[in-house]
Write a protein that binds this ligand. Structure first.
Ligand code: PLP
Length: 419
């Protein structure tokens, strides 16, 4: 209560802005994930890996827009690209452009399981379009997903509930990291078009998949003649070529999103030429795939420069090594406490769990979750100038230094000692 009282006292402007926003948006915002009680802090400005709120506080941004903000808030090279694209190409040309084929070519080179791809405007859309391929090819409707899986705003399986709004009956829920039940589900469920999985359940709490689980699903899907789809919207930045390459899995379909648009709205889905031909307008009975902003020149140009000049394979490896070090340092503090830190490379989540054990699926988190301690941690970090999410998920922005992370580690240590 004292921490919440201080939060309220320290953010009078955010509270006023929230109250104004409540009049025109349900809950006062337009992304459910950004809501926190008693009200969210309203950000005013970002620069590199720093943020400033409307109440005058500065933060080290450790959220990194939940992996989409890889390049930070003001990358100078991306600024140049925005200006030069605006000046020399223009926005929304209403035709096909070289910018889109250039980015597509680069992504096909970089992701080993993507021979062809198409763009859209979000990871959610990418998953919906990719699933349409699976349904079109197999003529079946059901999709196997895993509890704790998050595949988009309308494709969320966090609490054992099916996707909101869409096709309630078409989802079959499996248990993450349980290879036996997953393979049995794939084998025994009639009418299944695809199985969709994250190689690390990001929104679910940065739970890494075991190799055995992923390889088991891949083999079972192949045997059952269904599509094996890997949602790499969040994980593609965790290794050059994505986690599929790191873990040596070969999904039939892959979805991408987040940072790849260089900070602009972005999504993409890809796979073999044969599967992607579903969206080839020259093929009879092909599926429609439209979207006003699919090939918008800004995302296409920023994406290309971001990947080819900034987030090269070497930089990718370096950032994720830093993330491994960071997670390790936090894990050391967490030992013997109720704090549990998990993740892959530069994406991680700080959990607070009654049993203090590393969770392998959503159930284990839900059964042991300590929301009050989690909230206290959140207040603690914000008050000390570290921008973190209430659910504890962090992702590193390029340019963040070991010293900055070390300061956060120190703050976490103090918290662990106090509570
Ligand atoms: N898939 C995964 C694994 C994600 O983490 C997310 C977003 O967090 C999405 C899909 C949805 O992406 P978007 O928010 O761009 O719709």
């Amino acid at each position: 209560d004292a921490a919440q009282a201080r939060y309220i006292q320290r953010h009078p402007v955010s509270r006023d802005l929230h109250e104004k926003a409540l009049k025109c948006m349900p809950g006062g915002n337009t992304r459910s994930v950004l809501h926190s009680d008693p009200f969210p802090i309203c950000q005013k400005r970002g620069r590199e890996n720093k943020l400033w709120d409307h109440d005058g506080h500065q933060y080290l941004d450790l959220v990194g827009e939940l992996t989409a903000g890889l390049y930070g808030h003001s990358n100078p090279r991306l600024r140049e690209v925005i200006v030069s694209t605006f000046d020399n190409v223009g926005m929304n040309l209403g035709g096909t452009t070289q910018e889109e084929s250039r980015l597509a070519g680069l992504l096909c080179e970089r992701f080993p399981n993507i021979q062809q791809l198409r763009f859209c405007n979000s990871g959610t859309e990418a998953n919906i379009y990719a699933l349409s391929i699976a349904r079109h090819i197999t003529g079946r409707r059901k999709i196997i997903v895993f509890e704790g899986g998050y595949h988009g705003g309308v494709l969320s399986f966090g609490h054992g509930i099916g996707a909101n709004n869409v096709d309630q009956d078409d989802w079959v829920l499996g248990t993450y990291n349980d290879v036996e039940s997953a393979t049995a589900l794939i084998k025994n469920t009639p009418g299944v078009a695809a199985v969709v999985v994250e190689a690390m359940q990001g929104a679910g709490g940065c739970i890494p998949a075991t190799l055995e689980f992923l390889h088991g699903i891949q083999a079972a899907a192949k045997e059952a003649g269904i599509i094996f789809m890997l949602d790499e919207v969040m994980t593609s930045r965790l290794y050059p070529g994505g986690l599929a390459r790191k873990l040596q899995v070969s999904p039939d379909l892959t979805t991408l999103g987040k940072y790849i648009g260089g900070g602009m709205a972005f999504g993409a889905f890809g796979g073999s030429e044969a599967l992607l031909s579903c969206y080839d307008p020259r093929v009879t009975r092909s599926l429609p795939h439209s979207g006003t902003f699919n090939n918008n020149t800004l995302a296409m140009s920023l994406g290309f420069v971001g990947l080819s000049e900034i987030y090269t394979s070497a930089v990718n490896l370096e950032l994720n090594e830093l993330g491994d070090w960071f997670r390790g340092a936090l894990q050391q503090i967490a030992e013997g406490t109720k704090m549990v830190v998990i993740g892959v490379g530069a994406a991680l989540t700080v959990h607070f769990l009654e049993n203090g054990k590393v969770p392998t699926n959503a159930h284990e988190i839900e059964e042991n979750n300590l929301p009050q301690l989690k909230k206290l941690f959140w207040f603690w970090c914000l008050e000390r100038g570290f921008w973190v999410t209430e659910r504890g998920m962090l992702s590193l922005i390029l340019g963040t230094t070991k010293e900055e992370l070390g300061e956060f580690v120190g703050t976490v240590k103090e918290f662990a000692e106090e509570y």
